[in-house]
Design a protein around this ligand. Structure first.
Ligand SMILES: C[S@@+](CC[C@H](N)C(=O)[O-])C[C@H]1O[C@@H](n2cnc3c(N)ncnc32)[C@H](O)[C@@H]1O
Length: 317
């Protein structure tokens, strides 16, 4: 399946990343290759892209779509949080730009078997990476089904509150615990029905299961932990003058990006009441987007999934 995918804020990404000939760029979330293709075009004739993705199925499509760029592009099935090790294995220790376009791809959302969406019936899976063990050091990621059926009630409450900012977290967890005593919860639509039955009707314009699905996905894939680690390694890998672009799709992610950029851009990180600076902190980034860049109305009309996107960009000092 070659799902059509429109890369979000692509022109802006190119404007901030400033790809140049002979440059080396990391697309840490290559997905279906939309942004990578634009970076390769903008860095012709010999700029290179290292495309990383957790999802082996996405990489198969990206490879096919970017085939025409030949060896200017290479693909790695892995986690952007481990980008420096992955690059070191290919003898690359510094790069000119990094892009992280966070979250799920349209391929993942639109494939019922992946279990990301309550709009399709499928197994409650939600792993960006398949469950196969790639080597002995890697843990097998638990599926959303395992989390929902095996976690204690309080863990579920924590997941829904922390990653979904869901105000009915406890009611939903209570309903899940009751339902799973009768029968394991195995499908996306069964799970969505349970959530729907737990929250008061008409409290929001969005589907009542939206936040809980987001929360589960973030938990299963350790998305916030990966983002924290990924920002650190991306910043450390950039050459002076190199650019970092991050597109976030919800406030939890965007807050992490905003704070990390601010911290890296300030000269002093001493606690506020410290009379004299003792931190010796050196700023490592210049923030290029005072406010996050958001898609305009026509971009959202063409690609409704772009509506919550926020792009932040910075330059390594
Ligand atoms: C929004 S899509 C990217 C779309 C891509 N920019 C394009 O133009 O097709 C996000 C992708 O990031 C991947 N992903 C999410 N977290 C990741 C991580 N920690 N490491 C590597 N890939 C990740 C997902 O599997 C998904 O394919």
């Amino acid at each position: 399946m070659d799902t059509q995918h429109i890369p979000v804020l692509c022109d802006k990404v190119i404007e901030f990343l400033k790809p140049k000939a002979a440059g080396i760029y990391v697309d840490g979330t290559v997905g279906l290759g939309g942004h990578s293709s634009a970076i390769l075009n903008a860095s012709a004739p010999n700029g290179r892209v290292i495309g990383i993705d957790l999802d082996p199925e996405a990489l198969v499509i990206a490879k096919r779509r970017l085939n025409a760029f030949g060896d200017r592009c290479c693909f790695i099935n892995g986690n952007f949080a481990e980008m420096s090790v992955l690059l070191e294995e290919r003898s690359i220790c510094a790069v000119d730009g990094v892009l992280l376009d966070l979250g799920v791809s349209s391929l993942q959302l639109d494939t019922p078997d992946r279990g990301f969406s309550f709009n399709h019936t499928g197994p409650l899976d939600m792993r960006m990476r398949t469950g196969r063990k790639l080597d002995d050091n890697q843990e097998v990621t638990p599926t959303a089904m395992q989390v929902i059926n095996d976690s204690p009630r309080d863990t579920l409450v924590h997941i829904f509150k922390r990653y979904g900012e869901e105000r009915f977290a406890r009611r939903i967890a209570n309903r899940i615990v009751k339902a799973r005593q009768q029968l394991p919860i195995t499908t996306t639509t069964h799970f969505a029905e349970i959530v729907k039955g737990a929250v008061p009707q008409k409290t929001s314009k969005i589907h009542p299961a939206t936040r809980v699905f987001q929360a589960l996905r973030i938990h299963v894939n350790r998305e916030l932990e990966n983002l924290e680690a990924g920002l650190d390694v991306a910043i450390s890998l950039l050459k002076p003058g190199g650019h970092l672009c991050v597109i976030a799709f919800h406030s939890l992610e965007d807050r992490i990006v905003k704070r990390r950029f601010q911290r890296c851009a300030t000269a002093c990180i001493c606690p506020p009441k410290t009379p004299v600076c003792i931190c010796d902190h050196e700023p490592s980034l210049q923030i290029l987007t005072k406010r996050p860049i958001v898609p305009d109305v026509s971009a959202v009309a063409h690609n409704p999934r772009a509506r919550s996107a926020k792009l932040r960009a910075a330059r390594k000092l």
